[in-house]
Design a protein around this ligand. Structure first.
Ligand SMILES: Nc1ncnc2c1ncn2[C@@H]1O[C@H](COP(=O)(O)OP(=O)(O)OP(=O)(O)O)[C@@H](O)[C@H]1O
Length: 294
């Protein structure tokens, strides 16, 4: 758990919180199977170096996307930042303190929503807020829950259960829940990956609107070039694995607030898009070639 303090405040206020994240020489090795039984049954495996020597400084109040070929280690890196996966080498510091486990200073949004199915929308948020801040008064808690339900456009759906909601609405709950604990950093692992194209577009615009209000540090994994260009200040492009690393970091200079139609008119939009396309194509092709040679 990080030692950095967390206070829950108004969601609508632009935060003065700082969240400097330093990723230093980070490596992740998944141990192989080397026990006698695995050897005898021919199932022994070597250690697998997923990512190697990642160095990255994430400034406060920036929106950062991570993009790279499938299986390169994006989720592995995000899970280490979340404290859900151990770090094999190097360190990750949040405001100077090493991350050693999950903590309320980091909110997570998952692709599959990860809501409690037996709880209503309101109860899902209440559970998160109560867990993080058990001593908060009921009045404050109710206010925070109400504000966050409104923030994501779910007013009127408070008493519904996840199975009564569309995918887009479920992810709105996921985002509201992550923000309601007032994390310093919002971590999103392909948050729109399970949604249809139209809903995905709407939700991207919602996230852009919310980000303009809150300016929270966000780290998002995505496979979508357009999504990364719409939302990010910086785009981290990873190489293929094993031993994946950062290939290049793109600065996205489009003024905010952003609209899809306007950024597409920016003189740099097509250059940045082409650079990302060629990076992804090159890395993915190399993965496929390696697969065929195996
Ligand atoms: N628990 C584990 N044990 C062994 N290997 C693992 C484990 N988790 C992930 N890996 C391997 O580490 C590599 C990186 O996986 P990861 O899920 O981080 O990639 P990713 O870039 O997020 O993929 P995708 O874009 O497809 O979601 C993959 O080769 C994967 O098979």
């Amino acid at each position: 758990m990080s030692l950095a303090p967390t206070n829950i405040t108004e969601p609508s206020a632009v935060r003065s919180q700082t969240a400097q994240l330093s990723i230093r020489n980070v490596t992740k090795v998944f141990p192989g199977k080397k026990d006698l039984f695995s050897k005898l049954t021919g199932k022994a495996r070597r250690n697998f170096v997923a990512i190697e020597d990642i160095n990255l400084e994430i400034e406060p109040n920036t929106f950062v996307s991570i993009i790279g070929p499938s299986g390169c280690g994006k989720s592995t890196l995000l899970n280490m930042i979340a404290g859900l996966s151990s770090i094999s080498g190097g360190e990750i510091l949040l405001n100077g303190y090493p991350i050693t486990g999950p903590g309320p200073d980091r909110g997570m949004v998952f692709q599959n929503y990860a809501l409690m199915p037996w709880m209503t929308v309101e109860e899902n948020l209440r559970f998160a807020v109560e867990t993080v801040n058990p001593k908060m008064s009921k009045k404050n808690r109710d206010r925070i829950i109400k504000e966050h339900i409104q923030l994501v456009g779910l007013a009127g759906a408070e008493k519904k259960h996840p199975h009564e909601l569309s995918g887009g609405m479920r992810q709105r709950v996921g985002i509201a829940r992550a923000l309601a604990i007032n994390p310093q950093i919002l971590l999103m692992d392909e948050p729109f990956g399970a949604l249809d194209a139209l809903t995905r577009g709407f939700l991207q615009e919602e996230v852009e609107r919310i980000w303009e209000q809150q300016r929270k540090t966000v780290i998002m994994i995505t496979h979508s070039i357009e999504e990364a260009l719409l939302l990010s200040d910086r785009i981290i492009m990873m190489t293929r694995g094993p031993a994946a690393r950062i290939d290049e970091i793109l600065e996205v200079p489009f003024p905010r607030p952003r609209k899809r139609e306007t950024i597409e008119q920016h003189p740099l939009y097509h250059d940045l898009k082409a650079e990302m396309e060629s990076h992804l194509y090159r890395e993915t092709r190399a993965v496929e070639e390696a697969r065929i040679q195996r």
